[in-house]
Write a protein that binds this ligand. Structure first.
Ligand SMILES: [Fe+2]
Length: 305
């Protein structure tokens, strides 16, 4: 059976969103907070519940590697993950299954296309909060196995463009591995958009009177990027990301969004923006590319000729 990528989600990972939800796995307790983004994630959960899929593949900025692209290579991880910046918000007890066969296939495909790769075989490895937060927010029951992919930052020392080319190659290798292994996969790009943030925290973290856009230029960039997504202009979007990175300190520099759009084959159908909001002033959007929407668009198009 030939596999396919059935959806891709821009799934930002601020630990605040997990904190505000009060799941049993997380130690700190919140009163509320960041509802619009959390409601966006609720819509994603409903959308994915209607899809038949086997695995979540997540690319996280906070599993940072500088020698190669690393892939989770142990069937089960259990432990405590603490956000180093916000240990008061995120102390999460994770218990995660990994699709190692798919992970190995992705590693092999990436290696065959000339990328430097490594399987992560340490059973005591502590999963990063980016991987955990994105997977939790999309699928809080953890009912599906995951494949975790690191964010290899080395090629950004040359330029943003070179870094992106590397992530495009990784995305194409990911698609081939999914197809060859017969998986039906959902991809998660675990990153924010603009990333200028506060320097002091409110006494009550969920005090929403402190939460807003802090820089109009950053906001304009976020709206530009979301507009391209909504119009299905994903190839043009990727071409503009090097400027977005420089002008808005964007977390897309970690490569997750570029990797995902390349794996999806640079979709020309409109993405669905489920939510936009700030977390400590950074721009975050929950956005879905659902391959079934492409079928609708194709069916609605008049015949050529
Ligand atoms: Fe982050």
């Amino acid at each position: 059976m030939s596999g396919s990528i059935v959806a891709g989600i821009l799934a930002p990972h601020p630990p605040h969103l997990v904190y505000a939800e009060n799941p049993p796995q997380n130690e700190p307790r919140a009163e509320c907070g960041w509802e619009v983004l959390r409601w966006g994630y609720e819509r994603v959960r409903k959308s994915l519940a209607a899809l038949d899929y086997d695995v979540l593949i997540v690319h996280s900025p906070h599993w940072r590697t500088f020698v190669g692209h690393h892939f989770l290579g142990v069937p089960h991880f259990k432990g405590l993950s603490v956000d180093p910046i916000f240990p008061n918000l995120f102390r999460y007890h994770f218990d995660v299954n990994v699709d190692v066969e798919l992970s190995e296939a992705m590693c092999e495909e990436a290696k065959a296309s000339g990328l430097v790769t490594k399987m992560m075989r340490n059973p005591a490895f502590r999963l990063d909060y980016g991987t955990i937060a994105s997977c939790h927010l999309v699928n809080p029951s953890w009912s599906k196995p995951i494949v975790g992919v690191s964010s290899n930052g080395s090629y950004y020392y040359y330029s943003n463009e070179v870094g992106q080319e590397e992530q495009i190659a990784l995305g194409e290798a990911t698609r081939r591995a999914v197809e060859k292994t017969g998986r039906r996969a959902v991809l998660l790009a675990s990153n924010s958009l603009s990333h200028r943030h506060f320097t002091t925290e409110a006494e009550i973290p969920e005090d929403m009177s402190r939460e807003h856009v802090y820089h109009h230029g950053q906001y304009l960039w976020d709206m530009r990027v979301l507009d391209l997504m909504k119009q299905g202009r994903s190839r043009e979007l990727v071409d503009e990301l090097p400027d977005f990175i420089d002008h808005a300190e964007s977390e897309v520099k970690a490569g997750a969004l570029t990797w995902m759009l390349a794996a999806l084959g640079f979709p020309s159908y409109p993405a669905e923006v489920h939510a936009y909001g700030t977390v400590i002033g950074t721009g975050n959007a929950v956005v879905e590319w659902n391959a079934s929407h492409e079928d609708v668009r194709v069916a609605a198009s008049p015949p050529v000729g």
